[in-house]
Ligand binder design. Structure first.
Ligand code: TRP
Length: 334
């Protein structure tokens, strides 16, 4: 049997360059080798958007278009919707017995998000517990590998703990997954903050128009200590150079190296470097935009991909849950 990949995204907005380097790139690369499952995590998205559920229906097809546009091939990768697989919710309830409140409160990503949202003691249970539900997402399909951004590593660690505990208690049913992070681990925001994120409005989307890309790049943060173009500047952690490194194609690499050394010496202006970045991003995004436009014209095809993917996954989910209930000795009628 081929090894399996499961990963997914919250359908709360269009995907951006950070999603690409963190996870999408690996998914596209590995879909030939692994049996790949990609989930639209609408239930998880509700944990911090339950007051605006319309956000999900507005974005779910946009995210599918993002997948298809970067080269995720529905003939190789199965795309499905989390809320349509009730077995995931059932598994989540079983896993809740295997995780303590203290353990959830120690999850570094959840901790950061709680701080960011100012939840304190009034954190909704659904939000605090989403790592448990994510463990169910990963394990119901018995995934071996989970391509994700670095911020998701604590979720995979928690999943592994749950799997070990379940298998120890009830017998070896579940597969312990491993995480796979992108070569470029984290893409900074256009504002120089550590992470590109739709909620921080510092992202360049895969579907941005050439005009939007240009505007965002021209407004990008560079080396804050450098005031004039004739002063030596820093290339490390300078978002413009980080993006150049991440997206320059073969034929553009020499230019990037040249600009780096000129930047260090102070013989090139920020705007010139940004112009190179615009060209590099256009080369990368052009074909993606084109592919997206093709699929945008076929909304029935997009729905068909989603429906068929979800049906296929549902069968798998039923099977795993049968095994889980049997192992837990709650399969009362055989
Ligand atoms: N937590 C992920 C994110 O915010 C989305 C997600 C939900 C996911 N379930 C998953 C990722 C399972 C990998 C595996 O991006």
């Amino acid at each position: 049997m081929r090894k399996r990949i499961l990963t997914g995204d919250r359908p709360t907005g269009r995907l951006h360059l950070g999603h690409y380097v963190g996870s999408l790139k690996n998914r596209v690369k590995l879909q030939d080798e692994y049996e790949t499952f990609i989930m639209l995590a609408d239930v998880q998205a509700l944990t911090d958007n339950f007051e605006h559920p319309e956000k999900l229906s507005e974005n779910i097809r946009e995210v599918v278009l993002d997948y298809l546009s970067v080269g995720i091939d529905p003939a190789k990768s199965t795309i499905f919707i989390q809320s349509k697989i009730p077995e995931i919710a059932e598994l989540t309830v079983f896993y809740m017995n295997l995780v303590t409140l203290a353990r959830l409160q120690r999850n570094p990503t959840v901790k950061d998000e709680m701080k960011q949202k100012g939840f304190g003691a009034n954190v909704p249970v659904g939000f605090l517990a989403y790592p448990i539900s994510q463990a169910a997402d990963i394990t119901f399909i018995k995934a071996d590998l989970v391509p994700v951004g670095v911020d998701q590593l604590p979720m995979i660690e928690q999943t592994r703990e749950i799997v070990r505990k379940f298998n120890d208690l009830y017998g070896k049913v579940l597969v312990e997954p491993e995480a796979l992070v992108g070569e470029v681990e984290r893409l900074p925001g256009t504002d120089g903050r550590a992470k590109m994120s739709k909620s921080l409005s510092n992202a360049i989307n895969l579907s941005d128009s050439p005009e939007e890309v240009k505007k965002k790049v021209m407004g990008m943060y560079t080396d804050p200590a450098r005031v004039h173009g004739d002063e030596p500047g820093k290339v490390e952690n300078n978002p413009v150079f980080v993006y150049l490194k991440a997206f320059a194609q073969e034929g553009q690499r020499d230019r990037v190296t040249e600009y780096e050394s000129r930047y260090r010496k102070g013989t090139i202006k920020d705007t010139e470097v940004k112009e190179l970045l615009i060209a590099v991003l256009e080369e990368f995004l052009g074909p993606i935009r084109k592919k997206r436009a093709e699929f945008e014209k076929q909304p029935e095809l997009v729905d068909k991909i989603l429906k068929e993917g979800t049906e296929r996954v549902r069968l798998e989910a039923r099977q795993t849950l049968d095994e889980v209930r049997r192992a837990m000795k709650i399969d009362y009628f055989g």
